[in-house]
Design a protein around this ligand. Structure first.
Ligand code: RTP
Ligand code: MG
Length: 143
């Protein structure tokens, strides 16, 4: 099976709760390699551009306000089946629906502030990784 990459964001609530290390440990224990990473405080324009697909949804303003409320940790993760595997360890969008042992069940309280983002398809992953990282910033062990 081919290696895949996904774009992961530790959101401002989880960064604020000092959970970067705990969440990185989950990624590494699950078999991901962190191949690029940066801490950022997103501008309104960066957050709006990242979540452009949701621009007509009623929660868009709140989502942008939350994502710009503090620093985030952005990483590209590499593994077999990375997109699916990362969605599985994140858990459902609403932490109330997330399976026990997932990041959102363990570290988030509400659907609006749900600790982590993960790409939802291989195509989104490619677009989202390119949104934050130049090719030369990705330190893949595979090349
Ligand atoms: P994400 O993009 O952040 O990884 O989350 P997701 O795929 O699980 O959920 P998505 O549908 O892409 O929604 C993006 C973020 O918007 C907020 N949201 N609120 N109130 C609502 O019904 C609602 N639906 C979505 C969530 O914070 C979600 O993470
Ligand atoms: Mg999404």
């Amino acid at each position: 099976m081919a290696l895949e990459r996904t774009l992961s964001i530790i959101k401002p609530d989880a960064v604020g709760k000092n959970l970067i290390g705990a969440i990185y440990n989950r990624f590494e224990t699950a078999g991901f390699r962190i191949v690029a990473a940066k801490m950022m405080h997103l501008s309104t324009e960066q957050a709006e551009g990242f979540y452009a697909e949701h621009s007509e949804r009623p929660f868009f303003r709140a989502l942008v306000d939350f994502m710009t409320s503090g620093p985030v940790m952005v990483q590209a993760l590499e593994a077999e089946n990375a997109v699916r595997k990362h969605r599985d360890i994140m858990g459902a969008t609403n932490p109330a629906d997330a399976l026990a042992g997932t990041l959102r069940a363990d570290y988030a309280e509400t659907i609006d502030e749900n600790a982590v983002h993960g790409s939802d398809s291989v195509e989104s992953a490619a677009r989202e990784i390119a949104y934050f990282f130049a090719d030369e910033e990705i330190c893949s062990r595979t090349r």
